[in-house]
Ligand binder design. Structure first.
Ligand code: FAD
Ligand code: 2HG
Ligand code: ZN
Length: 430
């Protein structure tokens, strides 16, 4: 089998050395670990199609992998699957300046895309893993991030897709027409399918006009209710590009981890706010204290208190991560309740304007059921942006009906008839 794969992509792109494989076999958090006989690194859509068709014929399961920054264990081979790394599909096409669109390979990192389209355009997507997360992975997870409040997530940015389905066929629809009602929306379907229906090989993205005057503020607020009120007030005044919540425990964790000073008066909660407009917009917002950045260096310094939450948590232990959405009226009460669950330490932060909280629990490996049932009880979603992966598939039934899961299975059978694409992800075992 390995010889067959070598013939398709070249021997040097079938990685079998244990030390080299190791980095592909464990997830970013260190919680999910498996083993693979080989990491296959195709360089073109035709090579991807040949590998998938070959694996189908040989009955070999495949885990697609981009930057391996996913947080639900979906990108690692838990059951001896072959890892299909898409990172060599890393070319970025020219920006179509009239349409504000660009087509790129699945292995392009978000950071590379952001740099390639600036200064005329902006990707309209951002997240802290920007220098490793790939566009293919972000399509597969329908990534959200900090600019969702203004521009929506990856599905909103997707203007076209190229992918290899589970039978090895190539679907390509990269024209980027703004209006195009010619049947099923395959891009929308593959977006968020977590590598279970097809391997994304290229994407065409709709870019956005960059903000004219970015203002960033780190504000102290009296709690989650105060944070929601402040975001509402700012949104009434200006277009808000980001509204991120950090609770005091999380801020102190980052300070300890990075050796940073207290940035603003100590408070129960903080907001990182970013908007396009004048500093004076902050006058219409009720906060306890605020520091403002108008230059890039200071801006990045303020963002560290928010962006470093994930790495600061991981520096302390291996967390159980719950990436949830709540209806906004229940958000504050949910935060109080979730912190009482289990016996571990709970760190909460997130994209508060979207109702999306990241609950990280350290030191309690049995807390999942309690947290996810609490979320479902609030009418929330058990995944706002990271996906179901392998971490949450047991709980999919909490938020999806039997009829919905049956429809999911029918779609999976149609696009991946042999069930070789990411078999341990999303759908619970029958
Ligand atoms: P991987 O981790 O390699 O894969 C993720 C999933 O997609 C797996 O199921 C994999 O099988 C599948 N996949 C990967 N590539 C392909 C492909 N080409 N075709 C088909 N399937 C594929 N996520 C957010 O949504 N918002 C955030 O704000 C955010 N911030 C983060 C911050 C940090 C510090 C970290 C570590 C992660 C963060 N994430 C965030 C999670 C992660 O970055 C995203 O899920 C991202 O989309 C994953 O991209 P990736 O290339 O690393 O994918
Ligand atoms: C973020 O918003 C990411 O920073 C990661 O989605 C969340 O670490 C987490 O739980
Ligand atoms: Zn997030």
């Amino acid at each position: 089998v390995l010889d067959g794969l070598r013939e398709l992509v070249g021997a040097e792109h079938v990685l079998v050395d244990a030390d080299v494989r190791a980095g592909y076999e464990v997830d970013w958090t260190g919680r999910f670990r498996g083993a693979t006989p080989a990491v296959v690194r195709p360089a073109s859509v035709d090579e991807v199609a040949a590998v998938v068709a070959y694996c189908r014929a040989e009955g070999i399961a495949v885990v697609p992998q981009g930057g391996n920054t996913g947080l639900v264990g979906g990108s690692v081979p838990l059951d001896g699957e072959v890892v299909l790394s898409l990172r060599r599909l890393s070319s970025i096409g020219p920006v179509d300046d009239l349409a504000g669109q660009v087509t790129m390979g699945a292995g392009v990192t978000l950071g590379a895309l952001q740099a390639a389209v600036a200064p005329g355009w902006s990707a309209g997507l951002d997240l802290a893993a920007r220098d490793s997360a790939t566009i293919g992975g972000m399509v597969a997870t329908n990534a959200g991030g900090t600019s969702f409040v203004r521009h929506g997530g990856m599905r909103a940015r997707l203007a076209g897709i190229e992918a290899v389905l589970g039978d090895g066929s190539i679907v390509r629809h990269l024209g980027g027409l703004a209006k195009d009602n010619t049947g099923y929306d395959l891009a929308g379907l593959l977006c968020g399918s977590e590598g279970t229906l097809g391997v994304v090989t290229a994407a065409r993205l709709q870019l956005v006009v960059p903000p004219r005057n970015v203002v960033t503020a780190l504000c102290a607020v009296d709690g989650v209710e105060g944070a929601l009120r402040a975001v509402r007030q700012l949104r009434a005044a200006v277009p808000v590009d980001a509204a991120e919540l950090v609770l005091d425990e999380g801020l102190q964790l980052v300070r300890t981890h990075l050796g940073l000073p207290q940035p603003v008066t100590a408070a129960p909660a903080y907001l990182v706010l970013e908007w396009d407009g004048a500093v004076e917009a902050l006058r219409s917002v009720e906060v306890l204290d605020a520091v403002v950045a108008e230059d890039e260096g200071r801006r990045q310094a303020l963002w560290r208190y928010r962006d470093a939450q994930t790495e600061a948590v991981n520096a302390v232990g291996v967390p159980h991560k719950f990436d949830v959405t709540l209806p906004p009226p229940g958000l504050a009460r949910f935060v109080d309740e979730v912190r009482t669950l289990g016996s571990g330490t709970t760190i909460v932060f997130g994209h508060v304007a979207d109702g999306n909280l990241h609950v990280n629990v350290l030191g309690d490996d049995d807390v999942d059921d309690d947290v996810l049932r609490l979320v479902a009880g609030y009418g929330g979603s058990i995944s706002a942006e990271h996906g179901i992966g392998t971490a949450k598939k047991r709980w999919l039934h909490l938020v999806r009906s039997e009829a919905e899961i049956a429809a999911f299975r029918a779609i999976k059978r149609a696009l991946d008839p042999a069930g070789i694409l990411n078999p341990n992800v999303l759908l619970p075992p029958l």
